[in-house]
Design a protein around this ligand. Structure first.
Ligand SMILES: [Zn+2]
Length: 144
C-alpha cells in the first residue's frame, strides 16, 4: 500500500489559512457578544458605596467595604508564581478608616485607583475588575 503523497505545491495554502485566522480574530473583536467594550458612563462615590453606570445600561452599587476587600494589588490579592499558583498573604486586619474612600483617581481611561482612608492606594481597579466586583455583589458574596 503506497500512500499518495500530496502533490499540491506547498507554500500557496499557508497564506490563505493565515488570512482566514486573522479574519476570524477580527470578526470576534467586532462581534457584540465578545468584542464590545463596556465602559462606565458615570462613577459617583457615596459615603458608603460607589455607584457605577455602565455603557450597556447596567448599574452597580458597590459597597466600599466590598470594594476594598477586592483590592487587586499584589499585597492584598496575592501574587501568582510561574505555575499560576496564587499565594494569598495572611488576612490583615483593616484599620478603622480602611473602608473610607479618600480619593478616586482615573487611570488612563481603563481603570480607577482609589486611595483609602488608611493610606492604602496601590490597587488598580480596571473596568473588567469592577464588573467582577459588581457580579460578586449581586451574587451576595463579599470576598474575591
Ligand atoms: Zn491592596
Amino acid at each position: 500500500m503506497a500512500a499518495n503523497m500530496p502533490s499540491a505545491d506547498s507554500g500557496g495554502n499557508g497564506g490563505n489559512v493565515l488570512r482566514d485566522q486573522r479574519r476570524a480574530v477580527l470578526d470576534g473583536w467586532h462581534s457584540p457578544d465578545h468584542g464590545a467594550l463596556v465602559q462606565p458612563v458615570d462613577i459617583t462615590p457615596f459615603p458608603n458605596e460607589l455607584a457605577i453606570r455602565w455603557s450597556d445600561g447596567r448599574e452597580d452599587f458597590l459597597p466600599l467595604e466590598t470594594l476594598r476587600r477586592f483590592c487587586p494589588c499584589a499585597g492584598c490579592l496575592g501574587e501568582k508564581d510561574i505555575f499560576g499558583t496564587t499565594y494569598k498573604p495572611p488576612e490583615k486586619p483593616y484599620g478603622p478608616h480602611a473602608f473610607q474612600l479618600k480619593r478616586l483617581g482615573p487611570v488612563g481611561g481603563y481603570a480607577v485607583q482609589p486611595v483609602w482612608g488608611d493610606g492604602h492606594g496601590t490597587g488598580l481597579y480596571t473596568w473588567e475588575w469592577l464588573r467582577r466586583v459588581g457580579d460578586a455583589v449581586s451574587a451576595g458574596s463579599s470576598n474575591p
